[in-house]
Write a protein that binds this ligand. Structure first.
Ligand code: OAD
Length: 252
């Protein structure tokens, strides 16, 4: 499982020449930090847990305590994880080349930010973000009348006044992506010279549609993934390597 020198040189050359580089990352980006992916046969979370139960609003309403506890244990796991060499390579490239990279992630961990990346476009929300499950009866539009930090602790925390529950601020199946983030991702895909796709199976849309958008707009598409993915056919170049090993080689 290595990148050939010729492919590596080609990808590096494209990146070096790129006016705008768009990087789109998925769960494989954080695998070497010890954060499990979703669909890998060995160790993927959706092989052990039911996404209908744990990643839908209906599942949360059916058993809020179970779902809250599951996200609490994920928060603990991610809090102990450290950014890997791939996160660091991306952050350093961004620092050396201000304004040239848009970093888009489906990941809800904060490892890109902790590695020093700014302005990360988070398509699927954030694991450490809390928000209310329902609109408050006293909510008259605009901002909610009270912050989730005022919630009474519990599993899940709730509002003493109206009973509303707190939920994790991740995007669940069947929910719309945050509009601004999706717009920013599509704009970046449309306006880049190279789209580098790291560690995603390409199974979940709209994120999985970004590489094709970029390709149709004229960008070179490079996939970095140790395993075949649904995006390989969209790519001009597929590099079979891991994020922590391959990114420092690519982003020199
Ligand atoms: P998946 O679990 O579907 O795919 C992970 C990908 O990472 C696979 O293609 C692996 O081959 C690859 N991979 C594994 N180890 C790697 C490594 N060390 N370096 C690079 N790649 C590696 O994860 P996503 O595609 O991110 O949604 O899943 C998309 C969405 O599905 C997630 O954001 C999540 C999930 O349900 C939400 O949480 C809303």
């Amino acid at each position: 499982m290595t990148i050939t020198n010729a492919d590596l040189d080609t990808a590096r050359e494209w990146i070096a020449q790129a006016r705008r580089l768009c990087v789109s990352t998925g769960a494989g980006m954080s695998a070497e930090s010890g954060v499990p992916t979703f669909r890998d046969a060995l160790g993927g979370m959706w092989a052990r847990f039911d996404p209908q139960q744990l990643a839908t609003e209906a599942g949360y309403r059916a058993d809020p305590q179970l779902v809250w506890d599951w996200y609490a244990s994920r928060r603990e796991g991610v809090a102990q994880a450290q950014p890997n060499g791939g996160h660091v390579a991306l952050a350093e490239w961004q620092r050396r080349h201000p304004g040239r990279m848009t970093l888009i992630t489906q990941n809800v961990d904060d490892l890109h930010q902790r590695a020093g990346s700014d302005d990360v476009v988070c398509l699927h929300g954030g694991l450490f973000v809390d928000r209310w499950l329902d609109p408050c009866p006293r909510w008259k539009g605009g901002q909610p009348p009270c912050d989730t930090s005022t919630a009474t602790p519990g599993r899940p925390p709730h509002c003493e006044t109206c009973g509303n529950r707190v939920r994790p601020g991740v995007v669940w199946f069947g929910e719309a992506l945050p509009g601004q983030a999706l717009q920013a991702a599509e704009d970046a895909a449309n306006d880049c010279d190279v789209m580098l796709v790291v560690g995603t199976s390409g199974a979940v849309y709209p994120a999985a549609g970004l590489p094709l958008l970029a390709r149709q707009a004229g960008a070179k598409v490079v996939v970095l993934n140790p395993q075949p993915s649904e995006l390989d056919d969209t790519a001009h170049l597929v590099l079979r390597d891991t994020a922590a090993h391959g990114l420092p080689l690519l982003l020199t």
